[in-house]
Design a protein around this ligand. Structure first.
Ligand SMILES: [Zn+2]
Length: 365
């Protein structure tokens, strides 16, 4: 997810993945196996007949007869184990959840939707105050789409855990991690030089395509996915925090981006406390999703402030020739913070070389 915002979302996704690579106590037990054997034999001989009596929402969510057996045998096993004072087991790497109208993990679905909606709401708010000519304007729109898409697939995956939905969830989680990192470089180097933007985008897009192709072919490589998310996630967080630290005086509002980055790291600790779902609904993963709902609001607040900052730089820069009374290069630039302009890649649209502020592509973090 979770970014700027989604950048540590992938770390959490992979934490779940690691569990899924190992056999779970529940589905490995003889109780479960015996139940599945009986259920398959008795209920699944006639799939068509089974479908005809199945509620529409379960059919729509593609609950097959075997899936139904799996679900009912899961609860049968849990009840038996609890009656014998044994611990709640996991099944297929997951805790047992009560499904809601066929939705496997209702809390995570709800919180995923609540994480996704702010991307749509806040980008409209962004559009109300930010001019389309502002640097990064398009980038933040793409970011909102990537964010909303990520949380959409998160909701779909938690609604129905299938190989395809799982792949989409992990790939989309990585998309926001990687895109967030890409945005940081666009923010530092500027979006004026099309060649530079193209080069940065190509590098990140190539990385993403490689990642998705690798995950999509053959058996899902959870270990690789984990390493990729950790590497990019931590690097991204470190770079954003460094940038915020360096810009804290000129742009005091960067505390918002830093808070989001640090909050994500702290909220990840929720994932470490893995426990059986409270009320069979709320597990640590769903609480992690609940905990990140407020972050997009603060993140987009940073985005809006930053865009205002860039807009002001643009306006100040346009005042330079008027203030000087000519287009001379050595005039008074008291109205212009040249260093800020250089750092943020803002340059004059006039084309006049004398007043043009060049984008410093070699500017360090
Ligand atoms: Zn999730």
């Amino acid at each position: 997810m979770v970014n700027g915002l989604g950048f540590l979302y992938g770390l959490v996704s992979m934490a779940t993945c690691v569990v899924m690579t190992t056999a779970s106590a529940g589905d490995g037990s003889w109780l479960f196996h015996r139940c599945m054997w009986d259920c398959n034999k008795q209920a699944c001989r006639d799939e068509t007949g089974f479908r005809s009596i199945q509620p529409w929402y379960l059919r729509w969510l593609q609950w097959s007869c075997v899936d139904e057996c799996d679900y009912h045998c899961m609860w049968h096993t849990v009840e038996e184990m609890l009656q014998h004072n044994r611990q709640v087991p996991q099944f297929h790497g997951k805790w047992p959840f009560v499904r809601f109208y066929g939705i496997q993990e209702p809390a995570s679905v709800l919180f995923s939707i609540l994480n996704g909606l702010p991307h749509i709401y806040m980008i409209f708010k962004f559009r109300q105050t930010i001019s389309a000519s502002t640097p990064m304007y398009i980038v933040w729109h793409i970011y909102a789409m990537v964010g909303a898409n990520t949380w959409f697939w998160s909701a779909v995956f938690h609604a129905r855990d299938k190989p395809f939905t799982e792949l989409m969830d992990y790939c989309c989680a990585f998309s926001i991690v990687l895109f967030s990192f890409c945005i940081l470089w666009l923010r530092i180097l500027g979006t004026e030089n099309r060649l530079m933007v193209g080069a940065i985008s190509t590098v990140f897009l190539s990385l993403y395509v490689y990642h998705v192709r690798y995950l999509a072919q053959g058996r899902f490589d959870y270990g690789y996915n984990m390493k990729a998310n950790i590497a990019i996630g931590l690097l991204n967080a470190a770079c954003w925090l460094t940038w915020c630290f360096r810009r804290r005086r000129e742009q005091p509002y960067v505390w918002k981006a830093a808070t989001v980055s640090l909050s994500l790291m702290l909220l990840i600790s929720l994932e470490l406390g893995d426990f059986p779902p409270y009320l069979w609904i709320f597990d640590a993963h769903s609480l992690w999703h609940a905990g990140t709902v407020w972050l997009p609001f603060l993140w987009y607040s940073f985005v809006i402030d930053d865009s205002h900052y860039l807009m002001n730089l643009q306006h100040k820069q346009l005042k330079v020739p008027a203030a000087n009374g000519d287009t001379g290069a050595s005039g008074d630039t008291s109205d212009v913070n040249v260093d800020d302009m250089q750092t943020n890649g803002v340059s004059s649209a006039s084309g006049d070389d004398n007043i043009r502020i060049r984008t410093p592509f070699n500017k360090s973090l």
